[in-house]
Design a protein around this ligand. Structure first.
Ligand SMILES: [Mg+2]
Length: 164
């Protein structure tokens, strides 16, 4: 039954993994967001919803674009002033969030609530991505991962509402 993965999806998944983010860790964020709203929620269900989100072209495009900027900033290859802005994860920049909204948008407006909440709390892998002491730049990736978790949570919530 497994649909054949195209090159875009394969690369997006590979890049996520190479930057230290496993689908299971995003599933943990979904569980964190949704555990109080669904009785008997399982990690398998959370992972299935993350998987579905990762199959979307918009999401794959956002992953590749965001990680590319993080990598170039890490390598010092961007032009100033953008280089310093992205490398220091300057608070007023905001384009990392705008890119992440292209993911949050997919399953409707409840995604925004989930995204805002998880962005404030920074549980699990988001804490790791915000740890500046690793020497890596995750200015874009932290928002993308939060957005994937928010979108997967929305998908899960919509589906639960339709089957109840
Ligand atoms: Mg960010």
């Amino acid at each position: 039954m497994e649909k054949k993965m195209n090159q875009l999806e394969k690369t997006a998944r590979k890049w996520l993994e190479e930057r230290g983010v496993k689908p299971e860790q995003i599933a943990e964020l979904v569980y964190y967001l949704q555990q109080n709203y669904h009785t008997n929620l399982t990690m398998d269900e959370c992972l299935e919803n993350v998987d579905r989100v990762l199959r979307k072209r918009e999401v794959q495009n956002a992953i590749l674009t965001g990680i590319q900027f993080d990598l170039l900033a890490e390598q010092g290859k961007l032009e100033e002033p953008l280089q310093s802005i992205i490398l220091s994860d300057e608070g007023l920049y905001g384009i990392d969030e705008v890119l992440a909204f292209s993911i949050v948008n997919i399953y409707g407006s409840i995604g925004f609530t989930n995204y805002g909440f998880i962005d404030k709390q920074k549980p699990g892998v988001l804490k790791y991505l915000n740890d500046k002491s690793t020497g890596m730049c995750h200015t874009f990736l932290d928002d993308i991962v939060g957005a994937i978790a928010a979108a997967a949570s929305s998908r899960l919530a919509h589906r639960a509402a339709n089957t109840e």
